[in-house]
Design a protein around this ligand. Structure first.
Ligand SMILES: [Zn+2]
Ligand SMILES: [Zn+2]
Length: 185
């Protein structure tokens, strides 16, 4: 299946967050008369919204090598999220350093696998779901996603190794590159 490139709309999350925080501190609605409500023209797509969520989720990552965030969705709604980090109860890279083997950190579980694991843990089916992820999946995560029945993957940045994308595409999982004009967070 062919990879499709789609331009990711600009989402100024920092601005939105800032204005909402100011509004909340003022004990008023997030969008009051002093703030500019996004016009209909500025309304973002579901794809941009979910990728922006993935980028915010990535900020929870605990490995310095790559902050990756993932959102599993269906029909524009979120089923599960995940970010790169050690298994629950294990030491984090940000506290004890990365554990490097073969040019990769093996201390952490990747965001995509964590998102699938949380869905499994909470009894949510991932069959036919769509993944939004900040970096294209590695080979191991691609295998997990295929096995979990994920049918479409949107990614913002290509991972240094393209094997994962190749496997997804040859397995019938559609991949879409949401190109960014700038980082949203
Ligand atoms: Zn690490
Ligand atoms: Zn991975």
């Amino acid at each position: 299946m062919q990879c499709v490139n789609v331009a990711l709309e600009t989402v100024d999350v920092k601005h939105i967050y800032k204005t909402q925080t100011i509004a909340n501190n003022a004990s008023s609605l997030p969008w009051n008369q002093n703030m500019e409500f996004p016009s209909a023209r500025q309304r973002i797509s579901r794809e941009s919204m979910l990728m922006a969520v993935a980028q915010i989720v990535s900020l929870r990552g605990t490995c310095q090598r790559a902050r990756v965030g993932a959102v599993l969705s269906r029909d524009g709604r979120i089923l599960s999220v995940g970010y790169v980090g050690s298994p629950p109860g294990s030491a984090h890279c940000i506290d004890v350093g990365c554990q490097i083997e073969n040019d990769g950190c093996i201390r952490t579980q990747h965001a995509e696998a964590n998102a699938v694991a949380w869905a499994a843990r909470s009894g949510v089916s991932t069959e036919g779901s769509t993944l939004f992820v900040t970096h294209s999946p590695c080979l191991s995560c691609a295998k997990v996603l295929i096995a979990a029945g994920v049918s479409k993957v949107y990614y913002a940045e290509p991972y240094r190794l393209a094997y994962g994308l190749s496997l997804l595409e040859s397995s019938g999982v559609e991949t879409v590159h949401l190109e960014e004009s700038r980082h949203v967070v």
